[in-house]
Design a binder for this molecule. Structure first.
Ligand code: FDA
Length: 308
């Protein structure tokens, strides 16, 4: 990332919310389930599957956690009505992980059971390292309760990830593998770009060797190529893995993956609590300075032909 972009990333939390909202629109489907499903329908039309995330990691009360749980029921209902090819992703903090472990487990289990009744699937996102142990434990508990339609996420930047793959191997887990987005200390997380890539490759190799279904979640060209090489090495057919990308990031590369015969799932977030998610996406955008400049300039330019 260029020097100016890095400097801007540091000041992003001070940027007024309306500006953050405008420049992060490409990453968020909207605020309502109808917005998300409209996007999913378009993606399905392009041969892309989706996973829908109800944004809610900023919740502070058990009622809000329950509300997020109910909203997911709404999501499943709308999927059914519109015959959409999509599953859901959940953040456990949004279901109350930091408020009350038992409540979080109750909401999550209910959700996974509802998904099972509809032949659907729940992916548990992975958040910062203060959540890792509890998230993996809850995942194990659900699997041991006989629920097979649930998957988890592992982060290649964590030094522990290969050990986690080993200790989960008895479950043959369905895993989304990503680099990891939270700021973590050097003691527990690789900081070097190439080390993260290398650990991603090793983790993917280990997961495929262990028979896991893997969602290869990356926009990094080198890792996309490496992912393709590893699934071929392990003799996987296209039905036995998928690539995953975020809404608004490298959509043309996603289209190419579909054209090459790979399954691709797009992460589609929506909801009122769009701020924390948007900041993370903007902080990763290598052209963030250009976006902010373009937004600022457009506010000072006169409106032409009735369009701004
Ligand atoms: P990298 O960051 O190197 O990006 C590669 C290239 O992609 C960049 O050079 C740029 O061209 C483009 N790009 C990436 N981000 C961009 C952006 N925001 N705007 C514009 N261009 C961009 N993390 C986590 O900790 N827990 C989780 O549960 C998940 N879940 C998840 C689901 C899915 C489907 C994806 C794709 C990713 C996640 N992540 C995540 C985020 C992940 O950890 C990681 O932060 C991002 O995917 C960026 O890493 P890349 O592998 O894409 O590489």
């Amino acid at each position: 990332m260029a020097l100016l972009d890095r400097a801007i990333v540091r000041t992003l939390p001070a940027v007024p919310k309306p500006i953050v909202r405008r420049i992060s629109e490409r990453y968020i489907a909207g605020t309502r389930v109808e917005d998300a499903c409209r996007v999913v329908k378009r993606l399905n039309g392009e041969g892309k599957m989706a996973t829908v995330d109800v944004l809610g990691e900023e919740i502070t009360t058990p009622e809000e956690a329950r509300h997020i749980g109910y909203e997911y029921e709404n999501v499943f209902r709308t999927f059914g009505e519109q015959h959409l090819d999509a599953n859901v992703s959940v953040k456990l903090t949004g279901l109350g992980l930091k408020l009350d472990h038992a409540l979080c487990r109750e909401i999550l289990e209910r959700l996974v059971r509802q998904a099972a009744e509809r032949g659907n699937f729940v992916r548990i996102d992975m958040e910062d390292s203060s959540c890792t142990d509890e998230t993996l434990q809850l995942y194990r508990e659900l699997r041991e309760a006989g629920l097979g339609n649930v998957g988890v996420v592992l982060q290649a930047y964590l030094r522990r990830t290969l050990e986690d793959i080993e200790s989960l191997s008895d479950l043959r887990p369905n895993v989304r593998l990503c680099k990891g987005i939270y700021v973590e200390p050097e003691e527990i997380a690789y900081q070097d770009f190439d080390e993260v890539r290398e650990n991603f490759g090793s983790a993917l190799d280990a997961l495929l060797a262990a028979g896991s279904y893997v969602g290869i979640a990356t926009h990094d060209e080198w890792l996309i190529e490496e992912g393709g090489r590893l699934v071929r090495k392990h003799g996987r057919s296209p039905a036995e893995y998928e690539f995953q990308m975020l809404l608004g990031v490298r959509p043309e590369r996603g289209t190419r993956l579909v054209g090459e015969g790979h399954r691709l799932r797009i992460y589609v977030p929506y909801g009122e609590q769009w701020y924390a998610y948007s900041l993370r996406r903007l902080q990763e955008n290598p052209k963030i300075a250009g976006y902010i400049a373009a937004d600022t300039i457009s506010r000072f330019l006169p409106v032409r032909n009735g369009r701004s």
